[in-house]
Design a protein around this ligand. Sequence first.
Ligand SMILES: [Zn+2]
Length: 245
Amino acid sequence: MAIISTEAIVLKVQDHRETSRLVTFFTKNCGKVKGVLKGIRKDPRKFGSSVDKLSVNDIVFYQYRNTDIHLVSQCDMKEFFLLIRQDARRITAAEYGAEMLDRIMPVEERASAIYDLFLDYLRTLGAEKDLGRLVRMFQVKILSLSGFRPHIEACVGCGCEVRGRARFSLVRGGLVCSRCELRDGASMPVSPGTIATLLHIEKNPWKDCQKLKMAASIKQEMGRILNNFLVFHLGKHIKSAKYLS
Ligand SMILES: [Zn+2]
């Protein structure tokens, strides 16, 4: 058994037995971790946090070897994201991120770049006016960091440079030129503006992407491609996705 201290974002909270809570954390140092906070419902002051979903906390937990549910001995809140909680659309966008991480991240595998991305996303979300743009940025970055990066530099069929009319193939995970175009019903049209936007987001740090303006038509096209691509490659529907425009 090891005693571990780490910063962590709360992804999910469930009641556990009579007085406890079972919490899924996304931790900075150990990836996704499940832990029990014993007695927190009987005595809420036992921990320095009310363990709200999406809050950032400093936690200490006893990591057991024979189970993936550990004992959390300390939990102190650091960030609450009040601005997100005051707006239903922002809450949905934040919950989308939490649900995706809960579904796609393996248990107890350190993924600090993805942790930093989620924290950047939550910190930007409170004041962001264009939520659709922010969600697309998060989707592009998470695909890239989790190894499901779509191939959009050249045709995935023949490697030629794709100019003008192109389609995005879900099966092949990238662009196909008009010659290689699959007629399997799993490809969709993609405009040069969308391709350029995807590449820009992939190549630039989160902070620099904030300056990027996105036309409504590009946001819409990106949404269609990214939502389908995520479902196709992760094999999982993110329930909250349907509430996002
Ligand atoms: Zn081709």
